[in-house]
Design a protein around this ligand. Structure first.
Ligand SMILES: Cc1cc2nc3c(=O)[nH]c(=O)nc-3n(C[C@H](O)[C@H](O)[C@H](O)COP(=O)(O)OP(=O)(O)OC[C@H]3O[C@@H](n4cnc5c(N)ncnc54)[C@H](O)[C@@H]3O)c2cc1C
Length: 464
């Protein structure tokens, strides 16, 4: 089928949020109250923070304030790849924190194990399947990058299996694949919206007071109490944790470090048994290809294919706007790429198309810190890999707020900040030129131009 026809009936909304399981929103905050800890943001970051604060100390009075609805933003729109990595992949972590990489990888696997145990403990059904991720090469130059760190991978005892062309196509049958690397236990597939709603319910059962449609408009501090004001109320807090992602930050300094990057995805209708048999995919891994502009794709529990990525769009001026959540140019491109990857699925239609905004920072992985004399903590900048890592970041925030040094707070990764982006309008120019250079590299066997090589040397970059 022509990709345009396959897209014709796709609804313009995030598939995961378009579900009868979506709960009614909790009440707004009305009036004034106090709490031991206020968590701002009802995405994964805030939900994990509130849940684990209560698990650490059930007597703590915890309030969670969400400006719109739980999980409506990146948390309810993503690919649902719940990765062990805390560093946006091994290569990025190795480049930045080589002396810590073994520890970071171990802590990442522990974090993913803990997520799995939390789902069991709280009875959260989010179709969690620990099937791993298949990294595939679709151009000869990508084979080199897949085999680059195999020695280190075996030294660290990580569970990766290299696959040649025949083996990778036996896993998932695409004529575009030249080889692959199956990261077997370091990634799980899940339904992100059902995870968010399950975490919300677990928070409520433990006594967290959750308020939705309650945006925090201002934050003031009298030296003992931090007061957060919403349109109809306020909370006075001893401690505050910010899990506000890419949205205008309540702490002004953060705006220099995070830029909004839009990422887009499509969802197909459920495949029939015969269509699925054409592709294989018996081990149900998530798949990512290995260009600088990459696609990510996976099966859902009812055998649809989520197909996303490739374009990572920064809109000049760096604003977050609802109209940016739809981009037909990208949807058509994605549908064409899907048809090239799976020509045997030419009759399959898309049911949903959507976009979401990613909190990108120049080191591609979250950064952490405190303000107001250590009484406020933040974790932002997950750069498209926060489904799993937000739980680690939530633990870092709680450690920092406790004032005690832990293995996490002693990491160089936790102590350091990324390099800030330049102010607008220079920011737009720099980012758009970098995006153009990345696209050029993909078209020329991965060869990076002088600009990208300079950014690489400075430990800077742009990614989704
Ligand atoms: C299309 C797409 C695909 C992705 N795919 C993956 C993937 O497969 N794997 C992966 O690991 N990551 C992926 N990501 C990234 C992942 O979704 C995010 O890293 C993660 O959801 C971040 O969670 P968060 O809680 O920090 O942010 P968000 O989900 O953005 O939540 C922040 C919340 O804070 C609230 N808020 C902000 N300011 C205020 C305020 N002043 N008052 C009250 N509330 C406020 C917002 O309303 C929002 O609900 C993807 C992202 C997108 C957009």
């Amino acid at each position: 089928m022509d990709p345009l026809k396959a897209l014709a009936d796709a609804e313009r909304k995030p598939y995961w949020l378009d579900s009868p399981a979506r709960p009614e929103p909790r009440a707004r905050l009305i009036g004034n109250t106090d709490a031991d800890l206020v968590v701002v943001g009802g995405g994964f970051s805030g939900l994990w923070t509130a849940l684990m604060a209560k698990e650490r100390d059930p007597s703590l009075d915890v309030v969670l304030l969400e400006g719109r609805r739980i999980g409506w933003a990146a948390t309810g729109r993503n690919g649902g790849f719940c990765m062990a990595t805390l560093t946006h992949g091994l290569a990025n972590g190795l480049e930045r924190w080589p002396e810590e990489i073994g520890r970071l990888e171990r802590m990442g696997v522990d974090n993913l194990d803990e997520i799995e145990r939390t789902l069991e403990r709280h009875g959260i059904d989010c179709s969690f399947e620990r099937t791993g991720e298949l990294h595939v090469a679709t151009e000869p130059w990508q084979l080199d990058s897949l085999s680059e760190h195999l020695d280190l991978i075996s030294e660290l005892g990580l569970d990766y299996v290299p696959l040649d062309e025949r083996q990778v196509r036996a896993e998932v049958n695409s004529p575009t694949y030249l080889g692959g690397l199956w990261e077997r236990s370091g990634c799980a597939m899940l339904d992100p919206a059902r995870l968010a709603w399950g975490l919300r319910d677990a928070c409520l059962r433990l006594g967290v007071r959750v308020f939705e449609r309650s945006p925090v408009r201002s934050l003031s501090d009298d030296g003992t109490t931090i007061t957060l004001r919403t349109p109809y109320g306020s909370v006075g807090a001893r401690r505050v944790a910010l899990g506000t992602g890419v949205f205008p930050p309540l702490l002004r300094r953060l705006k220099h470090f995070v830029v909004p990057v839009y990422d887009y995805a499509l969802m197909t209708e459920p495949l029939s048994a015969a269509q699925l048999a054409e592709v294989g995919w018996g081990n149900r891994q998530g798949v990512g290809d290995s260009g600088n502009q990459f696609h990510y794709y996976r099966l859902t529990d009812d055998n649809r294919i989520l197909w996303g990525g490739y374009d990572a769009v920064y809109y000049n001026g760096g604003l977050v706007k609802p109209e940016y959540e739809q981009r037909d140019e990208t949807f058509v491109k994605l549908a064409e790429h899907f048809a090239t990857t799976f020509p045997q699925l030419s009759g399959v239609r898309f049911t949903h198309r959507w976009g979401g905004v990613i909190d990108t920072c120049s080191r591609f992985s979250a950064f952490y810190g405190t303000a107001h004399g250590g009484r406020l903590a933040y974790a932002v900048g997950y750069t498209g890999m926060g489904v799993g890592a937000t739980r680690f970041g939530a633990n870092v925030m709680l450690d920092l707020l406790s004032g005690e040094a832990t293995e996490r707070t002693e990491l160089r990764m936790v102590k350091e900040k990324p390099i800030p982006f330049p102010p607008e309008p220079v920011r737009s120019g720099v980012i758009q030129f970098t995006r153009w250079s990345i696209a050029q590299a993909d078209q020329h066997q991965g060869k990076r131009n002088l600009w990208l090589r300079t950014l690489d040397r400075m430990g800077l970059g742009f990614d989704s």
